[in-house]
Design a protein around this ligand. Structure first.
Ligand SMILES: Nc1ncnc2c1ncn2[C@@H]1O[C@H](COP(=O)(O)OP(=O)(O)OP(=O)(O)O)[C@@H](O)[C@H]1O
Ligand SMILES: Cc1ncc(CO)c(N)n1
Length: 273
């Protein structure tokens, strides 16, 4: 029998396209050599174009899934994606509080690629109050960073100011992604207590990708679960994500889907020669 790989528990919503949410997390974590515990928060009705409906589960059912596996297995990291309701946020906040030494990676899912709202104002406030203070690293895109940091405030902040504000709210690190900024390259910036820790520029790929944010945050959770420190994990996660996007495919009428198993297909091709 072989040793267990590092275990990551993801709280996420199901996406029937297989491109984002729980399915993205499971593929990414497995591809990066981790075992994923998958706690479902909500079921979505969506395709690669947009989200039609979201059905949040009862918070008690979400908590019961998590408690069952946490009593059975040790986890090396928590990853949180789409949450579904304020009650679910409160239930998850209570559970992760029992594991203060386990790193927590928070992907604040506020909207779909098309802009469909995936978190209400009340949920945003609950995330700020209950989850961000327990977060090791949060991975907002620039739009999410502005919405979270300027919540309930008239102040206009630049992205560095937004990251600083999120750190004031209690998380340790903030990785702001620059996909939605009007820049030739995609620039992602990691902020810590001392300021900017690293800034990485990536060739901007044509097209829009379904579940790129889920891939990045899961890859980060996997890298941290493997024992990398946060700055190295951020580099590793971006590299992996960019490769999955480069190998992405467009199976439907909307966004591309990142290929989290790009390396396996490369090996297949090499093996065919
Ligand atoms: N067109 C692109 N070219 C290069 N890198 C990209 C592109 N789109 C996304 N990325 C990379 O993917 C990662 C996650 O992207 P981003 O934060 O924009 O996701 P998101 O807006 O949360 O997406 P989603 O809602 O699909 O999960 C970042 O590392 C970013 O650099
Ligand atoms: C389930 C789910 N989680 C996250 C996102 C954000 O990409 C999505 N579209 N669907």
């Amino acid at each position: 029998m072989s040793d267990s790989p590092p275990i990551v528990l993801t709280f996420a919503a199901a996406d029937p396209t297989g491109g984002a949410g729980l399915q993205a997390d499971l593929l990414t974590l497995s591809s990066m050599g981790c075992h994923a515990l998958t706690v479902i928060t909500a079921v979505t009705v969506q395709d690669t174009v947009g989200v039609e409906d979201v059905h949040a589960l009862d918070a008690e059912l979400v908590a019961a899934q998590a408690r069952a596996v946490l009593e059975d297995m040790p986890v090396a990291a928590f990853k949180i994606g789409m949450l579904g309701s304020v009650e679910i946020i409160a239930a998850i906040a209570e559970i992760v509080a029992d594991y203060p030494d386990v790193p927590l990676i928070l992907d604040p899912v506020l909207a779909s690629g098309r802009g469909d709202e995936l978190a209400s104002e009340e949920m945003l406030e609950a995330m700020l109050d209950m989850l961000i203070p327990q977060t090791t690293i949060i991975t907002p895109n620039s739009l999410e960073a502005r919405r979270l940091a300027q919540y309930d405030s008239d102040e206009e902040l630049d992205l560095t100011g937004c990251a600083r504000r999120l750190i004031e709210f209690g998380c340790e690190y903030v990785l702001v992604t620059g996909t939605h900024e009007n820049t030739p390259q995609v620039v992602n910036v990691l902020h810590g207590q001392e300021g900017v820790l690293r800034s990485d520029a990536w060739q901007r790929l044509p097209g829009s990708y379904h579940g790129s944010g889920c891939t990045l945050a899961s890859a980060l959770a996997a890298s941290i679960a493997h024992g990398l420190d946060v700055t190295e994990a951020v580099r590793e996660a971006q590299e992996y994500t960019w490769q999955t996007l480069k190998a992405g495919f467009r199976p439907g009428m909307g966004q591309y889907i990142p290929d989290r198993l790009f390396w396996a297909r490369e090996e297949e091709v090499a093996g065919d020669d």
